[in-house]
Design a protein around this ligand. Structure first.
Ligand code: UT7
Length: 364
């Protein structure tokens, strides 16, 4: 995982808009969030991917596919996944972004799992990364208090072992698209002085309706995906939900008749990091010793679209098993520097070729 250095507390936000630490804590559970300064979605995605490669001790040149779940790519074009591909030197990999709002990581995980299950791919890098603080309206207290930035990554590898993704569930209801959207900046309403003046390029949300949707869909998705795996809730040791609001998670826990301890919660530290929230929580849960090999987890996301997605995962790796030898760490470091050099040289050569062709045409 990777999060920005800069931290903004609730008190800091209370200096910007009419709110208070008490209101934000009691209504959301959020205490602080990490906010990008120099960091971008791609930079955080690359940093998280490099850590995942280190934990798995994998060679970036073996990656077959890179999927980045994000709603805030660095650019509309090219995709963030292609930026990650180049920075890692993942020369054999295909790469694409997937926009399913805050469900982006779980959607991407399911796509990665299916790419492997199809037999076409062996090693798939799945990332959830977002920089929502760049698109929230810092004058709108109903949204700016909620979001933070970050990225998380996992590597999926084909295996005959008993661990892996056991069942999946994808859902969408586009009729609720207007409940959480950025009206301008896309092809329907391209950015113009007018859209900027009307603040239409900022995220807009009907919080109450999204809250209602989330509390309805999250427990139902958990129940359905567990059933699809042929398990019961008793077989699930930890649920890792999208970290939007503590009250949403508490309502889901109540509806599922489960204690809060069965849910991993870290939104107090990061706020809602959109597609990054589930992989960041997964990463922290592993590091905190909350997940052990052989245990069943549910990952569940919900958000803009509207979308939702859930997966039951049987955990198969213990972090102690997966320490890279030092020489492999150096080897990957060299590969990343070589990849950066390769990118620069190739861009230079393309420009040089264009220049030479134009010069030859002018002379003709
Ligand atoms: O990741 C995508 C999914 N997103 C979500 O899941 C977000 C879901 N929604 C929520 O988490 C909650 O709806 C919010 C945290 C956004 C809002 O909480 P709420 O309990 O639903 O508040 P509300 O919108 O019903 O507003 C209650 C009152 C209003 O005042 P009045 O009209 O009752 O006088 C708001 O103006 O709280 C006011 N309010 C605030 N007051 C202080 C709204 N935002 C703030 C604020 N500080 N930041």
């Amino acid at each position: 995982m990777s999060v920005p250095q800069r931290v903004l507390t609730n008190d800091d936000i209370a200096q910007l808009v009419d709110t208070s630490d008490e209101w934000i804590r009691t209504r959301t559970g959020i205490e602080r969030r990490h906010v990008a300064k120099e960091e971008t979605t791609a930079r955080m995605a690359i940093a998280a991917a490099r850590q995942a490669l280190q934990v798995a001790d994998a060679d970036p040149r073996e990656i077959d596919l890179i999927i980045v779940g994000t709603a805030t790519p660095d650019h509309s074009m090219p995709s963030t996944a292609c930026q990650v591909q180049s920075a890692l030197g993942a020369t054999r990999a295909g790469a694409f972004d997937l926009n399913a709002g805050c469900s982006g990581f779980v959607y991407a995980l399911i796509m990665g799992h299916q790419a492997i299950a199809s037999g076409e791919h062996n090693l798939v890098l799945v990332i959830g990364a977002d920089t929502l603080t760049r698109v929230v309206d810092w004058e709108d207290r109903t949204t700016c208090i909620l979001f933070g930035d970050g990225a998380g990554a996992v590597l999926l590898r084909a295996s005959e072992g008993p661990a892996g993704v056991l069942s999946t569930l994808l859902g969408a209801d586009g009729s609720g698209g207007d409940l959480l959207m950025i009206p301008a900046g896309g092809s329907a309403l391209p950015a113009s002085a007018e859209t900027v003046a009307q603040r239409l390029h900022y995220l807009r949300m009907n919080g109450r309706e999204v809250f209602r949707f989330s509390t309805r869909v999250m427990p139902r998705a958990v129940e359905q995906v567990v059933q699809r795996a042929g398990l019961t809730l008793e077989d699930i040791s930890l649920i890792i939900p999208h970290q939007a609001n503590l009250r949403i998670i508490a309502t889901a826990a109540k509806r599922l008749h489960l204690p809060m301890e069965r849910f991993y919660v870290n939104l107090q530290e990061y706020g809602n990091t959109s597609a990054a929230s589930v992989p960041i929580a997964l990463c922290e849960a592993v590091e905190a010793g909350r997940i052990h090999p052989g245990e069943n987890l549910v990952l569940v996301g919900f958000g803009a679209g509207l979308t939702w997605a859930a997966a039951v995962v049987r955990w198969g790796v213990s972090p102690e098993e997966a320490i890279s030898p030092r020489y492999r760490i150096w080897w990957r470091w060299l590969l990343y520097h070589w990849a950066a050099l390769r990118e620069r040289v190739q861009r230079f050569l393309r420009r040089l070729t264009v220049w030479l062709i134009r010069r030859a045409e002018r002379r003709r």
